[in-house]
Design a protein around this ligand. Sequence first.
Ligand code: ADP
Ligand code: MG
Length: 259
Amino acid sequence: MSTQFEIRGLTASIEEKQILKGIDLKINGGEIHAIMGPNGTGKSTLASALMGHPKYEVTGGEVSLNGEDVLEMGVDERALAGLFLAMQYPSEITGVTNADFLRSAINARRGEGNEISLIKFVRQMEAKMKELEMNPEFMHRYLNEGFSGGEKKRNEILQMMLLEPKLVILDEIDSGLDIDALKIVAAGVNAMRDEARGFLIITHYQRLLDYIKPDFVHVMMQGRIVKSGGPELAERLEAEGYDWVKEELGIVDETVGQA
Ligand code: ADP
Ligand code: MG
């Protein structure tokens, strides 16, 4: 089934401060949407609110994935329903190896009595790690502990490849990646492009979009999507920055602001 993901009028706040001020976005399976915008405009907040991060309070709006109400679900239920977030700053978890973590996540999705065999899991993990040019020793390292910025990002993509989510959110996956790593990560994402899966790619820079071609580009400012277009919008932002958008819309301070 082709995935349908829809956000309507989403508002969210953190510590009483309203950050998201009404987000509307529809993503169909097979589509790649990019959200671009300067720092402090609410991009990561959108990602966290969609995943159900407890620090962010959704104060209004609706989110649905294939007709199911996402906002009703806990974080684990969202993951099981097929939402996936590659975080801007992935957490380190001491005591849990990468392999243990991934196998648990896969088995949670497959359900009791249908667990993946160890040998099959190891083969899959090894194959995907090879695609991402990751050292096999990362399988047995504690999750993200002591990983460099670039290694953490590859590891997020490894999780995505193994979990086969329906809606993939990548938050600044390009930050901390050199050009070779960026190409590898982009190839991983492109290989996952499929009717069953939509993508929301958050990025500050256009560079990533040279390798992952978006169908739609949205600009976020002041906690809203203020402009949408095709790939040409990203190209203009790369060439001219964000000032022309601010001028066109009469925006003085693009950040979410204080209070
Ligand atoms: P972006 O990802 O576009 O740079 P963020 O969503 O991270 O923007 O941040 C938007 C605003 O929300 C900023 O003003 C930021 O300071 C505030 N904010 C985000 N997360 C937190 C947090 N955990 N605690 C306090 N303020 C936060
Ligand atoms: Mg951010």
